[in-house]
Write a protein that binds this ligand. Sequence first.
Ligand code: DC
Length: 224
Amino acid sequence: MKKPVIAIDGFSSTGKSSISKIIAQKLDLVHLDTGALYRGVTWFALQNCVSENGTVDLEDLFKNFHHIHLEFKNVDNELVLFLNEINIGKEIRSNEVSDNVSNVAKQAEVRDFLLGYQRKLAEKGGIIMDGRDIGTVVLPNADFKFFLTASIEERTKRRYNELLGLGIPAEEQSVKENLIERDRIDSEREVAPLKQAEDAIVIDNTEMTKKETIEKILNCVKNF
Ligand code: DC
């Protein structure tokens, strides 16, 4: 039986990844969190391509793409990102990566570097992919497209709690500022900006639980 290809885009901390993960389990699909790939490249850059003033040296990064081998591996039934065979699942959630990732992700070279890998993973179908440009650029022919949004206050609360849960020190005001800044850079960038596909179903889940959002999506895809 053919399985669907589902694209989930939207703002940071709207629950895209955790919701996609549960839908993948329910429908027996592969789940790919594409934000992790951009975070993985950023982590590599912060370790290896930093200029004297402490910022990412983009030219150096572009020259070193051939040293970046990203792969998702199954660890305790979860797909975890490995960089050159090293588990970086926790490192990519650090504040340092969050502060730098949008600037790395807006580079056309970086997006090109990751595009082929993402499309290849979707070739066989049976996948739910979440990100910012999945419905518009990566998988424009996806069977279903959703665009998630929620108020900045609600998203701040969710991200703050997520960080605390991961044992990463956080402060609510700076979490909020980081989200606003990332949304701005992601939405305004020239290449593959964050925007809803014309044929996407928009879900504002400010007032919805995770379970309700999942039910709404499952309801939309049930007739595939
Ligand atoms: O979903 P996230 O917060 O882990 O994403 C990290 C960053 O990567 C975010 O600033 C936007 C960027 N990103 C992107 O540009 N395109 C994607 N498909 C996924 C993420």
